[in-house]
Design a protein around this ligand. Structure first.
Ligand code: DC
Length: 228
């Protein structure tokens, strides 16, 4: 039986991971968070005191980079050379570093291979920046999630507050603007809307409204694909 692939792309803070996770749970699919993999490369570079903008130095950590993914009741758990780094990769420094290392083609090629392997035999919801355009260009359903910069920064700020982190709204907004710029303008597999993607703007939505809106699009597309 063929598997179903759902690609969800969009800029930082658009709600991709929370929404993708909820959708994967509803459909009983596997959720693959590709951003976590770029974050893990950044964490390794930062831990080794490597400038995440120095492509040659970042590439030197790739040989000894072993990323593994497991799933538990809370979703994806990510390991860097055997160590669980699921929480460690969520700091603002790692966010910026992830956007920097994601510009480097060698990093992307290594991670895309892993992403395709994970998706090969499973029904998946995969989120990122280039899933519909590059990682899984034949995905059955492609969604591009977006929202205003202020909305996205507000969401991230509230998430951080909940975790007890003390970053100002302006710091978080600046991070998001930096990453938008970096992710959209890199040469290799930049963030862009796939031609066959459905674009959904989640500005002003409550989380459950966005989830319902996206599930409706997905169910509609799945039913249409079944009829073909
Ligand atoms: O989704 P996220 O915010 O956790 O991603 C962190 C960074 O990783 C993001 O700013 C850009 C990069 N990334 C990417 O280039 N391609 C992906 N498929 C996923 C993330």
């Amino acid at each position: 039986m063929s598997t179903v692939k759902i690609a969800i792309d969009g800029p930082a803070g658009a709600g991709k991971s929370t929404i993708s996770k909820a959708i994967a749970e509803t459909l009983d699919f596997i959720y693959i968070d590709t951003g976590a993999m770029y974050r893990t490369v950044a964490l390794k570079a930062i831990t080794n005191h490597i400038d995440t903008k120095d492509a040659q130095a970042v590439c030197s950590v790739l040989d000894d980079l072993n990323i593994t993914i497991r799933y538990d009741k809370n979703g994806q758990v990510i390991f860097l050379n055997g160590k669980d780094v699921t929480k460690e990769i969520r700091t603002p420094d790692v966010s910026i570093g992830a956007s920097d290392v994601a510009v480097i083609p060698e990093v992307r090629l290594k991670l895309v291979q892993l992403q395709r392997e994970l998706a090969s035999d499973n029904n998946v919801v995969m989120d990122g920046r280039d899933v519909g355009t590059y990682v899984l260009p034949d995905a059955d359903i492609k969604i591009f999630l977006t929202a205003s910069v202020d909305d996205r920064a507000k969401r991230r700020y509230e998430e951080m507050l909940e975790k007890g982190c003390e970053y100002s709204f302006n710091e978080i907004k600046k991070d998001i603007e930096y990453r938008d710029q970096n992710d959209r303008n890199r040469a290799f597999a930049p963030l862009k809307i796939a031609e066959d993607a459905v674009v959904l703007d989640t500005s002003g939505n409550e989380l459950h409204e966005s989830i319902e809106m996206i599930l409706k699009v997905i169910m509609g597309k799945m039913n249409k694909n079944d009829e073909k």
